[in-house]
Design a protein around this ligand. Structure first.
Ligand SMILES: Nc1ncnc2c1ncn2[C@@H]1O[C@H](COP(=O)(O)OP(=O)(O)OP(=O)(O)O)[C@@H](O)[C@H]1O
Length: 332
């Protein structure tokens, strides 16, 4: 657990970036710091690895005050990922990832082999290992950044807006990858973003900060959406919080109906809706059994027929639901 107790950061010009922040960041989970620009997210994050020193208060890791530790050793034991990946431009991809293991004295072979394994683990083609960062896409660079942060197998990983500079589709893929990776590695991850959707998607817990570095609310996403602590949080979480909250509703068994003849299939996979003309209408979003009610509602709302298609793990259609079924599930 990482614990902040009454932590304040005042910069030399008098700016109070963080003001008496107290919170407990549980181990082996993702905790997200979210809030508007300038609310002290980055400052709070960087005080954990002491790349910024606090002015007062205590930060401890598993009960030990981090100020009792040598700052360089502390930093090497904490993974750090930043926007635009911050890779060393003159090192190859694999050498970037192997940097910290070599610094802490691993032999070259072990550092190299671990780096190659990690590249695969974060979803990068190992053929890219000998390239330089400038020869990669933004999304690929971010993956290398994550692999580099994980290289020395740190218990804690700090991530500062790591996915902000990539387009929405790549961002979505990187978020999914991070969640998948975290299911395997179970690190203590502290993640900074200004995007509430990203916070809700990734966080086991979300700390909402307001300008001046004050904690507005610390709660799991579902709780944040259901019970915002005050007007600031309500406003920040947004007007459509009821819709977002559906992400956390998993109707055990939505009663799906048999596939209608209008749904065109190829090997069981939905192709589109027949509407009497040559061309098929798009299927719309699909959902799986066990997905959230939000996914089911998305499927219904994006389908041109008002029928959302339910698929299995192989993408094959298993049934449809209509608006009335979703409305019924919403009421129950
Ligand atoms: N070195 C510095 N000297 C003086 N003030 C600073 C310094 N670094 C940050 N600040 C100020 O501290 C406050 C918090 O900054 P910080 O970067 O932690 O916020 P943030 O929430 O991460 O913002 P953003 O989302 O815009 O990156 C801001 O008012 C910022 O201008």
């Amino acid at each position: 657990m990482i614990e902040f107790e009454d932590v304040t950061k005042r910069y030399p010009d008098g700016t109070v970036a963080v003001d008496k922040l107290s919170l407990r960041i549980p181990s082996n989970q993702i905790t997200v710091f979210v809030g508007p620009s300038g609310c002290g997210k980055t400052t709070s994050l960087r005080m954990i690895n002491r790349t910024i020193e606090r002015t007062s208060g205590t930060i401890s890791i598993d009960g030990d005050d981090i100020n009792g530790r040598d700052a360089v050793t502390l930093r090497r034991g904490i993974g750090y990922v930043i926007q635009n990946a911050g890779l060393f431009p003159h090192k190859t991809v694999v050498d970037n990832v192997a940097t910290v293991p070599k610094l802490i004295g691993w032999d070259k072979r072990k550092a190299h082999d671990t780096a190659m394994e990690l590249l695969e683990r974060v979803g990068l083609d190992v053929k890219l290992a000998e390239r330089y960062p400038a020869q990669l896409s933004g999304g690929q660079q971010q993956r290398v950044g994550v692999a580099r942060a994980l290289a020395a197998d740190p218990a804690i990983m700090l991530m500062d807006e790591p996915f902000s500079a990539v387009d929405p589709i790549v961002r979505h893929q990187l978020q999914e990858e991070l969640l998948r990776l975290q299911r395997d590695i179970g690190k203590t991850i502290v993640f900074v973003t200004h995007d509430i959707d990203e916070a809700i998607k990734l966080g086991d817990n979300v700390a909402v900060l307001r300008v001046g570095g004050k904690l507005a609310q610390f709660a799991p996403p579902a709780e944040l959406l259901a019970n915002p602590a005050d007007e600031f949080v309500r406003g920040f979480v947004g007007q459509d919080r009821g819709y977002r909250a559906l992400t956390f509703v998993h109707p055990e068994e939505l009663p799906v109906k048999p596939l209608p003849d209008e749904l065109a299939l190829q090997d069981g996979v939905p192709l589109g809706w027949r509407n009497g003309s040559e061309e098929l209408l798009p299927v719309g979003a699909v959902f799986k059994r066990g997905d959230s009610l939000r996914a089911a509602l998305d499927a219904v709302l994006t389908s041109p027929t008002g029928c959302g298609v339910c698929v299995d793990d192989d993408g094959k259609a298993v049934g449809v639901i209509d608006q009335a079924t979703v409305a019924e599930a919403l009421r129950s």
